[in-house]
Ligand binder design. Structure first.
Ligand code: ADP
Ligand code: MG
Length: 253
């Protein structure tokens, strides 16, 4: 199977600090690939470059063979490479269902002017957005929360809403930065099952940054390990767990 996403010699410098140094790996279609490493290792920076929220210092990211690094983030998202945000604050005054409808505008055919003038295309979109929101909520087991204000949701459901908002844009590659942070064991296991379902049933390729090692080892097909901005290992969960450099990076810090 050929690579869906290719990270080639990515380097990111913030002034004198090198947050990522010459990182290269590829991601296959339908894979769940996790990026792990101690705090400050450069994981979030890597995800921001892949989703084009940060320009690269050097190197490039290819999606289906086409360069996507250093484009505008919404253009990369439209192509299907989508990063979810922990900060869903802008949606907090909306209900769960409304948040998902708004998120779908990213893949809408109608212009904003079309919505204003209530064009036929815009009307059709609004109806199909509502139907799709309902389908998505059912898929995620969140139908009962459709009318809840996002601000009233408990942490676990808010995180699931973040994934729902990401899925609303119909991604091919979903980048999740610490989706299980602050969750207890049961919530984490529910989210692990949800992420796996997103891959299995929707065919979405998933890139994950996560600290919960039990979750990472159970969900990942492959793991990339960063330490001080450098990639020190790549392999299956089994290979990574017995890698001397990885053990040293975790135990030595
Ligand atoms: P991780 O997600 O692995 O914890 P980050 O990618 O957030 O690590 O950060 C890697 C390094 O880059 C850290 O030393 C961090 O302080 C630094 N860094 C991240 N973003 C910026 C920025 N916008 N400006 C300056 N330094 C940054
Ligand atoms: Mg981070």
């Amino acid at each position: 199977m050929s690579a869906l996403l290719e990270v080639r010699h990515l380097t990111k410098k913030f002034g004198g600090l090198t947050a990522n140094r010459d990182i290269s790996f590829s991601v296959k279609e339908h894979e769940i690939l996790s990026v792990i490493g101690p705090n400050g290792a450069g994981k979030s920076t890597l995800f921001k470059m892949i989703s084009s929220f940060l320009p690269t210092t050097s190197g490039e990211v290819l999606y289906r063979g086409e360069r996507i690094s250093n484009l505008k983030p919404h253009i990369v998202a439209r192509k299907g490479v989508v990063r979810t945000f922990q900060e869903t604050t802008i949606f907090k005054s909306m209900t769960v269902r409304e948040s998902i409808i708004v998120a779908q505008h990213l893949r809408s055919r109608a212009s904003l002017a079309g919505y204003f003038w209530r064009s036929k295309t815009a009307q059709e979109d609004i109806e199909s957005f509502g139907r799709y929101a309902d389908d998505l909520l059912e898929f995620l087991g969140m139908s009962a929360l459709a009318g809840e204000l996002a601000s009233n949701l408990p942490q676990g459901s808010l995180r699931a809403l973040g994934i729902a908002i990401g899925l609303a844009t119909d991604p091919k590659v979903l980048l999740l930065d610490e989706p299980f942070a602050g969750m207890n064991h049961d919530e984490t296991m529910r989210m692990v099952a949800l992420v796996r379902k997103v891959r299995d049933d929707r065919g979405v390729t998933v890139l994950l940054v996560e600290h919960d090692m039990a979750a990472v080892m159970s969900i990942s097909d492959r793991i990339v390990v960063l330490n001080f901005g450098e990639m020190i290992a790549e392999g299956t969960p089994q290979e990574i767990q017995s890698d001397d450099k990885v053990i040293e990076a975790y135990l030595g810090s």
